[in-house]
Ligand binder design. Sequence first.
Ligand code: 01A
Ligand code: AMP
Ligand code: MG
Length: 513
Amino acid sequence: MQTAYDFVRLAAQRAPDRLAMVDDRTERALTYAQLVEEIDARAAGLADLGIAGGDIVATCLPNLWEHGLILMALSRLGAIPALINARLKPETVAKLIEQGGMSGAALPVDEAMAGAARAALPDGAPILTLGGSIGGCIDLDAVRGDPAGLASYARPEPEQTAFVFYTSGTTGLPKGVELPHRATDARMLYMATQCGLTHGAHNRVLGLMPLFHVVGFYSVFLAALGLDGTYHVSSAFDPAAAVESIEEKGITVLYGTPTHFHALLDAPNFSPEKVAGVTNLIYAGAAMPGPLLDRVREAFGAKIVNIYGTTEIMNALYMPEPAGRPHTYRPGFYANVRVGRFGGSVHDEAGIGEDGELLVDASADATFTRYLNRPDQTAAKLVDGWYRTGDIAVRRPDGDLDVKGRVDDMIVSGGENIYPEEVEAHLIKCDLVSECSVIGTPDERWGEIVVACVVGRGGAADEAALDAYLQDSSLENYKRPRVYVFLDALPKNAAGKVLRRDLREQAAAEIAR
Ligand code: 01A
Ligand code: AMP
Ligand code: MG
């Protein structure tokens, strides 16, 4: 077992002078030896603030240089970073801090966010702000101490929690996925076994994927460092700037969602010559629509791999060279998967050609241990040694599997999960709405987009009014419907339940008009 800190520490022993990390905003660069010094200095500063092993510390930050460093510094101390999606609103972040019993937070400089965190944290708990300091908060960049005062690195027990990542729940709060130390190397290893990465300084990796999701952290950031490569920070996703970076930095490994690749191809400065240095192109989070996959293959000369996984189990399925079979996958190197019959137990397997739920053997090292303080949710998803993915799969005669969408109504947009129930719960509170139902419809750029089907109350419900209402609500911006369809009534069955399939057809007809 290697911990996150081990990856960097050992890389620094192997190749102290190799370039580890480069910032896009400041052109700061650190060798591996300097990176370890920097992590240790920041860890010493955190220890001086009273942060200790076992403390859960919220981080809610964009992909900045300092974000990667504080994650590693917390890890060095044995503290547990709880990485919260930077697109969440302050109310939600505060609830997660409270629900997780956290001991501190690292946040952007933002009065509303800091105030919400302050109310949720115990008295005197440190709040670190990135980009300066505001009342009662400490400038994150100034948190440093003397590494000589740090206790020597204590290797944790394999089952101890190393990180908490969040995944959205059907309703209400995102669930904190507890990931133990034994999962760390297993979570980056697939980059070698499934994606073809080899060890060495030739790995120049662009950090497009957010660090607050497992792919961005384990498969991009840690994999770059664990393989002696260079991690190039991408502070914000700007497609044209990314194209320039790929060319200028000689990026060889490019990992994104299908939405990232859509945006790169559409960037005004894109040309195949500029991305000719990319050898490994990897995507995850959603299947790539066939036409987009064809465009990507034409424009990039790289090896392409489609990676399927979830926050809880990491990589389970993959497909090398997916062109022509965008929804077909095979199990990864150490994944044991099953298609479970709908309505049956996890041991009741569907036959070849029969749709069922994709189940993943939970005994793999990469598997999560539990949802933080949510035993009910853990019991619902980890059943008799199997993890229920919630994805519909079917075994093909040749042994591969087709993944066909969700068992539930979850929408995947730009690699982010959105549950219709959550959007509906906000919309229905608006006085202008009498009834509503939210669905996802296919979209070339986002994979799926959120569509709200609304029965208005009186005549005043229009798109602008409803969007303004949601912008003022605590619903995250990326979950807002991109299309509204106004109907006289929602299609329902005899029991009054909305018929989503009918609704999808009606909505598609309305959108096409
Ligand atoms: O109306 P406005 O101004 O609010 O619209 C803004 C945003 O609200 C909106 N927006 C979105 C999304 C989204 N995902 N869906 C719908 N709307 N993201 C942002 O777009 C407007 C422009 O905002 P922005 O901040 O400039 O947006 P971008 O920076 O262009 O963001 C789009 C991205 C695609 C880059 C962003 O959504 C992103 O980074 N997505 C990556 C998500 C990701 O990392 N997914 C993987 C999660 S781990 C789970 C998993 O699938 C997995 C897979 C394999 C786990 C393990 C394995 Cl092995
Ligand atoms: P999360 O729940 O955020 O961990 O996201 C995991 C979900 O994203 C999976 O259950 C799938 O629905 C979807 N997903 C991730 N990667 C892929 C992929 N390569 N192809 C299809 N769906 C994917
Ligand atoms: Mg952007």
